[in-house]
Design a protein around this ligand. Sequence first.
Ligand SMILES: [Fe+2]
Length: 244
Amino acid sequence: MSSMSRRHLMIAATGIATAAVSSRIAFAQTAAPAAAGPFKLDPLTYPVGALEPHIDARTMEIHHDRHHQAYVTNLNNFASEHPQIATMPIADILGSLENVPEAIRTGVRNNLGGHANHTMFWQIMGPDGGKPEGEVLAAIDRDLGGMEKFQTDFNAAGARQFGSGWVFVTVTKDGKLAIENRPNQDSPIMDGKRALMGNDVWEHAYYLNYQNRRPDYLKAWWNTVNWNKIAERYAAAKAGTLGV
Ligand SMILES: [Fe+2]
């Protein structure tokens, strides 16, 4: 049996519905009504105002507690009819969307992609995030032309994204970096890659404070980046253990 067939069987088997979903299940914030189900919204690990003045507290609150919560709620609704979507690692599902039942495939693409992208996003931001150094800085110098060019190119890619989407730094297993855009809630995981880091350029990420000035948001966002976390993600990517 091919590995694809095996994976198809794995995801097609209904099996146990909800129990062993994630080892890092956390309680959703009280501000966000948490629907019952296997998918959970992790709380932020810093206060909603921690990224001010670059990202305001109200934007963070609405973004996390409402937008991200909506993806999680939608996933729990899908899981009530198709419990198998909660029994595999998120990256495995996003990496083989063709095996998801057709009736929910687009919904899973959008909502599980959104769940994965935002989970990464909250992680790679934070107060006192340090600075790029060590292996990550060496990879930026080698693959992205150094910090100044990297930031210029990343901001340009984010500004160019038409409509809603993301700008990512993707990382391969051998540690090679590249700047890549994705529309909507698509994730590099869908192409067998991983996101080292990324910035959300949906209007909901910045509109309250920046309105139509996406380039200003892109520029200010660098002040929120948690380089310590990115160093951890880089090491995990090279070890083959980076999930979302
Ligand atoms: Fe978002």
